[in-house]
Design a protein around this ligand. Structure first.
Ligand code: FA5
Length: 351
């Protein structure tokens, strides 16, 4: 055997005898087989040899390579086994009689208000629907009477995927799918469509005390024969009085423009942080925009396969994140996404 190869083998054997960690074995592998390793260096010298010498030297170097790899992986397996045994022995020493210190965790305030709203709407005959957070331009805008280049798009910039899909800016993006899912039951069996669909939404906008780039909404729609603004107001009032336990909440409805409703409204509630006096949480107005709503635009119904001459309906987009702020007196919306367990756990006594 070539002298240099023999020496490398002996050096490796010795290094392995003293090696007690898997990380050290990794280094050894690089030292021998890496780009600048000793075995690789041997190969570089082959150019100086005759054709006959090259043949036997090449074979011996390849054998050395196999030897190194096998020896290192054998030693790695042995060390891993030893480590496992050490861990198992430690488990045996574990005292089962010591009571564990378990942090039980808590529900997020948004989960709490979402569940409350779902419960209220379920009790009024609404189904609770789930829908993707990634949607198409058609779902988020076009099916909602917002064609390309409509100025209303400027208010809802978002994050786009390479394939043209986008992170939904509002839960209204599921309206079209919900109409298509339930229209047959409406048309053939006369069953009104009554659905709420909560979801995370995304907007590419600056954050402040009452705006986040990631927040939650809950959309609601009701479609049937003779559905009117009176129905809309009834359901909104019932939901708010249940969520806030009828506790001193002032509500105002004012005209608001959204291309997918006609007429459209802004539903504001009195700021529960400052009691209506004005503070950063309500942009110093005393009121907080919470739940825009309105009568579904005929174009939107038509796009969902529903005849607007025969059927009408209302839709609303409840800001769940702001609702959580108002219910729990959280001054800054950014605390809700902060991941601070200590801050969030304090709202969870009503699990
Ligand atoms: C919409 O998103 C409409 N899709 C709502 C709608 C549905 C209108 C159905 C009519 C019929 P707007 O952009 O105003 O509208 O958002 C609705 C609510 O979501 C706001 O009132 C607010 O409570 C919440 N919201 C909107 N943007 C943010 C944000 N950046 N951070 C936190 N909450 C937000």
């Amino acid at each position: 055997m070539n002298q240099a190869i023999l020496e490398l083998r002996e050096k490796l054997d010795q290094a392995l005898r003293n090696m007690a960690s898997t990380a050290g074995l990794e280094n050894l592998k690089v030292e021998y087989l890496g780009k600048k390793g000793s075995v690789t260096a041997l190969l570089k010298n082959m150019g100086k040899l005759s054709a006959e010498e090259k043949k036997s030297f090449g074979r011996e170097v390849n054998e050395l390579k196999d030897y190194v790899m096998e020896a290192i992986s054998r030693q790695t397996a042995a060390l891993q086994e030893q480590e496992l045994q050490r861990e198992l022995n430690a488990v045996e020493a574990f005292d089962m009689s010591v009571p564990p210190v378990l942090d039980r965790g808590s529900y997020h305030p948004i989960t709490l208000v979402q569940r409350k709203c779902e419960e209220v709407f379920r009790s009024m005959g609404f189904t609770v629907e789930d829908y993707s957070e990634i949607v198409t331009d058609y779902e988020c805008f076009e099916a909602l009477n917002i064609p390309p280049f409509h100025p209303a798009r400027d208010m809802q910039d978002t994050y786009y995927l390479d394939n043209g899909q986008l992170l939904k800016t509002h839960t209204s993006a599921a309206q079209n799918a919900i109409y298509k899912k339930y229209r047959d039951a409406l048309i053939n069996e006369g069953k009104p469509i009554k659905a709420v669909f909560p979801s995370r939404c995304f907007r590419n906008e600056a954050t402040d005390a009452c705006h986040e780039n990631t927040f939650f909404q809950m959309e609601g729609v009701m479609v049937g024969e003779d559905i009117s603004i009176a129905n809309l107001i009834y359901f909104m009032k019932t939901m708010l009085s249940e969520v806030f336990d009828n506790y001193g909440l002032k509500v105002r409805l004012r005209p608001g423009f959204f291309p997918f409703v006609e007429p459209g409204f802004e539903l504001d509630i009195s700021c529960q942080i400052c009691g209506g006096k004005g503070c950063p949480s309500c942009k110093h107005s005393g009121w907080l925009e919470l739940c825009p709503c309105g009568m579904i635009h005929p174009n939107v119904l038509r796009e969902g396969g529903i005849d607007p001459e025969k059927y009408s309906g209302f839709a609303f987009g409840l800001g769940l994140t702001r609702l959580a702020m108002m219910k729990y007196g959280i001054k800054d919306i950014r605390d809700l996404n902060s991941g601070s367990l200590a801050a969030l756990a304090q709202f969870t006594d009503d699990k």
